[in-house]
Design a protein around this ligand. Structure first.
Ligand code: ZN
Length: 484
């Protein structure tokens, strides 16, 4: 056991999928030509005034409530001042000491262990424009020749979720983030597309002697744009801090940039203190008031949270925790699984197929659950054949592969490719008789009491029928023939 324990906190930004921007009527889009969705407000022309996007507030409140936060009856927008080319106003409208929501709790699972992380706050702000660094390598500003600005993204509604440093390991940080992302997607407020940067995060990490109360000095980690990179960055920072402390040194409060190529971090700049930003209340916006009745209305319309769904899957379908997390953790797979179960398919059989062949197919085809040719209804038609003994497990896998390949229906494929399981007793009895006749020595041994040879005969019959025989029926017929 290590004498040191890590303490990790995450700050997560989520772009909301509203139709228009946070403070103007420009469309929120992805992939359109640069600077085609701009107006005097999001380009900061003098005298242009912001107007709050009501839908964005509703989405933010959904996130806040799903995280168990208290939505404050009054919150205030602040100007966060800093000068950078992605910010035409030279300040970002954000929230500061009177945020939208505070004091939540997010519960997540690491294997069989349920952990919880306090949520300090959820606040609203606007996204900055997108900078494109050209003429260098890897699109980074260092080494580039010039930079371009695309203001389409500037002003997109953004939510910041600030977690407390309650996360006990790099692996837990990864789980926290994956499950938080599932939660947000399930709320229907953001697709959280990682490639498009719709969800982004920074981590802070410190270490302290195991069991100690006081937190050590933390460093901040940036540029981790995949779950794997987050875990990797934290795993590389952890031993570095421990080595410094064990050598009698002190941790400097720095921001570190993660380099995915080398898997290590390098210092970026010394930590900016909050007052560097010179926050002051946004004079062009009145404070936001969230009425209790409206907040209750939003709360009532919230979908089932993933953590509760996992518990329900265990109780309702008798799934193991592992299966329930895989199937119930994300809303799309959960919906698919429940559609399958609603078709009357045995819960365990449905679970095995959803997590096995079906998931492998989704991965190979790059599809989200519920998309593509294999709908829950089509898979259910296949599984009914398995449950009814008309298809063996192996046969069903063949049929599934053909369903994907030919975009066909299970029943049709079984008949066209002659893949059905043979459950015709008369037909199988002939095969059984032939197998016994071929192996007289084994028959004699069986009759002399070597009972386990029954399996051998079943195997031979399966081989003779190219795996198409109903194995249960073959077992019965073999025993009947041998005792005869
Ligand atoms: Zn605009």
């Amino acid at each position: 056991m290590s004498a040191w324990e890590p303490v990790i906190g995450l700050e997560v930004h989520v772009e909301l999928d509203t139709q228009t921007k946070m403070f103007c009527g420009c469309a929120v889009t992805k992939g359109d030509p640069p600077n085609t969705h701009t107006c005097p407000v999001c380009l900061a022309h003098p005298g242009a005034l912001p107007v709050v996007n009501e839908r964005a507030v509703e989405y933010a409140v959904r996130i806040a409530l799903a995280l168990g936060c208290t939505v404050r009856p009054r919150s205030v927008f602040h100007r966060k001042n800093y000068f950078y080319p992605d910010l035409p106003k030279a300040y970002q409208i954000s929230q500061y000491d009177e945020p939208l929501a505070v004091a939540g709790l997010f519960e997540y699972w690491v294997g069989e262990q349920k952990l919880s992380c306090r949520i300090n706050r959820v606040h609203m702000e606007e996204d900055a424009a997108k900078l494109i660094h050209a003429g260098g390598d890897a699109g980074r500003i260092a080494g580039s020749e010039y930079s371009m600005v695309d203001f389409n993204r500037g002003g997109t509604p953004l939510i910041e979720i600030v977690g407390e440093p309650d996360i006990p390991s790099p692996e837990a940080a990864r789980e926290f983030l994956q499950q938080l992302r599932n939660l947000v997607i399930g709320l229907g407020v953001s697709a959280c597309n990682m490639e498009e940067g719709q969800i982004r995060w920074d981590a802070n990490i410190s270490v302290r002697p195991a069991g100690a109360e006081r937190l050590g000095t933390r460093t901040e980690l940036k540029n981790m744009n995949s779950f794997r990179f987050l875990q990797q960055a934290l795993e590389s920072e952890l031993p570095r801090q421990i080595a410094v402390l064990e050598a009698g040194g002190a941790i400097g409060q720095v921001t570190l940039h993660f380099d995915p190529e080398s898997g290590t971090t390098t210092p970026l700049r010394s930590k900016e203190e909050a007052h560097d930003y010179r926050y002051f209340p946004e004079p062009d916006l009145v404070p936001l008031t969230a009425g209790e009745a409206w907040v209750d209305e939003v709360r009532r319309a919230l979908p089932e949270p993933p953590a509760a769904r996992v518990e329900r899957f265990m109780a309702q379908y008798g799934l193991s925790r592992y299966d329930a997390v895989v199937l119930g953790g994300g809303s799309a797979m959960a919906r698919f699984y429940e559609e399958l179960a609603a078709e009357g398919i045995d819960a365990k059989l449905a679970a095995n197929w959803a997590m096995g062949e079906y998931s492998a197919h989704l991965n190979a085809a790059g599809l989200e659950p519920g998309h593509g040719h294999v709908t829950a209804q089509r898979l259910a038609a296949l599984l009914r054949l398995v449950a009814g003994g008309e298809l063996s497990g192996t046969g069903a896998k063949q049929v599934f592969a053909l369903m994907v390949e030919e975009r066909g229906e299970a029943l049709d494929i079984v008949s066209r490719h002659d893949l059905g399981q043979v459950s015709d007793s008369a037909e199988l009895e002939t095969v059984v008789a032939a197998v016994l006749a071929e192996h007289p020595a084994q028959v004699e041994q069986f009759r002399a009491g070597k009972d386990q040879l029954a399996g051998f005969f079943v195997g031979q019959v399966m081989k003779a029928t190219q795996g198409k025989a109903n194995p249960q029926l073959v077992g019965e017929l073999v025993r009947a023939a041998l005792s005869g």
